[in-house]
Design a protein around this ligand. Structure first.
Ligand SMILES: *[C@@H]1O[C@H](CO)[C@@H](O)[C@H](O)[C@H]1NC(C)=O
Ligand SMILES: *[C@@H]1O[C@H](CO)[C@@H](O)[C@H](O)[C@H]1NC(C)=O
Length: 394
């Protein structure tokens, strides 16, 4: 009887956590000098309950490891390829053949999206990719359709944009519009996304709001409330994530595209390289984010579940530090595949460490980067971790 009860409890726990983790993706970057074996990484992703990955390219070793995994994949095309793909349909066809359709064999890679370029309209790129992004998107989609109508319909082309593609004159969501210098191109792209039923991808970084602006009200970067809020007409915003996503909604609406789905291409918090980049604040941010995602009630203007890709999987020591020293510390795992701090993807706030990459070079105890202030919290979490292990073993 008791055993049956425990079994039912375990089964329902499994169902609940699978349900809550559904839709959680993560960005798997490749700018590391000592990348971990892709097959071990894929095993770890599955063990932790991730269901999707977003790549910035389509490296064969990564793609081969993803084959048969059931993970849903967004492959990426780097910005420096956009010009060629825009001007030469033949090279778009070659790209699709080599990096998409060759993986669609039985038991192959479950490719759902192709991300054409990465934040191509970032202000610091000085407009370098404004003319080529849209034609490259069209050529890739056309090549997918040319392979087969089924593939063209199933695999969607999109482009992850930085949130600096829109702005707000009033500093409130309702005052939003797309940046003037790219507005015309944006409208073309939005029309394309609508026609193809593709989502609008945007990367939202509360960390950058806080790190780049000394006057930013700190608590507004997190999800715990208690800080300053922003009143916009009859809506009160308690965190910058919601406010930013609704700013995106208003910018789309202003151009007549409020029906486009918004997917968060990147969201996360670094653990070093800035006064606000540390384990304590990263944990605070992710705890709040996962609770929010588990509730599934979206933002004030966009009710319902939000599709999210965390940024990022590992620390990457070959990323440019031009934006700041924090750039190499975005990983929820260290470069060696060990988790940095307790994280509960299901949003239930259990202080469990994610499972590490096995055979990634360091199979020992996870080294936890903590300041003295975190020690009490962590010994509590170690207790919970033991309790969880105990239950799972039963
Ligand atoms: C396919 O993607 C890989 C990795 O991103 C790249 O090196 C290669 O050039 C691409 N293939 C074609 C035909 O463009
Ligand atoms: C953009 O312009 C700035 C200032 O002129 C320059 O320093 C930077 O290298 C340029 N960036 C690109 C990607 O062209």
């Amino acid at each position: 009887m008791a055993r049956a009860a425990v079994l039912v409890w375990l089964v329902s726990m499994t169902l609940v956590s699978t349900h809550l983790a559904q839709g959680l993706g993560v960005n798997w970057g490749s700018m590391a000098s000592h990348p971990l074996p892709p097959s071990k990484v894929v095993a770890m992703l599955k063990e932790n309950g991730f269901t999707k990955v977003k790549l910035f390219d389509a490296e064969p070793s990564t793609m081969d490891a993803l084959a048969g995994s059931g993970l849903e994949v967004m492959v990426g095309i780097p910005n420096d390829k956009l010009e060629k793909l825009a001007k030469d349909y033949g090279s778009a066809k070659d790209w699709v053949k080599e990096n998409v359709t060759s993986y669609l064999y039985d038991g192959g890679v479950s490719i759902r999206y192709v991300a054409v370029g990465n934040e191509p309209f970032l202000t610091s790129y000085n407009g370098s990719y404004v003319k080529t992004t849209y034609p490259a998107m069209k050529n890739i989609q056309k090549a997918l359709y040319e392979h087969s109508k089924d593939i063209g319909t199933k695999i969607k082309v999109t482009t992850p944009f930085n949130a600096d593609v829109y702005e707000s004159k009033s500093d409130k969501p309702s005052g939003a519009s797309f940046r003037k210098d790219i507005r015309q191109t944006m409208v073309q792209i939005l029309g394309f996304l609508k026609q193809e039923k593709s989502p609008f991808l945007v990367n939202i970084y509360p960390f950058l709001s806080l790190a780049l602006n000394p006057d930013f009200p700190k608590e507004f970067a997190f999800f715990d409330g208690g800080g300053r809020s922003v009143q916009d007409n009859n809506i009160q915003y308690h965190n910058v994530f919601d406010a930013n996503m609704d700013t995106c909604h208003y910018a789309l609406k202003k151009e007549g595209f409020e029906d486009l789905e918004i997917v968060i291409g990147e969201v996360g918090w670094p653990t070093d390289g800035d006064a606000s980049g540390n384990v304590r604040l990263a944990k605070k941010f992710y705890d709040g984010l996962f609770k929010k995602l588990a509730k599934g009630d979206g933002t004030p203007l966009r009710k319902g579940k939000v599709e999210v890709y965390l940024f990022g999987l590992f620390d990457e020591d070959q990323k440019s530090v031009a934006p700041g020293d924090f750039e190499r510390h975005w990983g929820i795992f260290r470069h060696d595949g060990q988790p940095k701090f307790p994280m509960d993807l299901s949003g239930k706030g259990q202080n469990q460490m994610l499972k590490p990459v096995k055979g990634g070079g360091n199979d020992g105890e996870a080294m936890i980067e903590v300041s003295a202030g975190d020690v009490a919290a962590l010994s509590l979490s170690a207790g919970l971790l033991l309790a969880m292990t105990f239950f799972t073993l039963m």
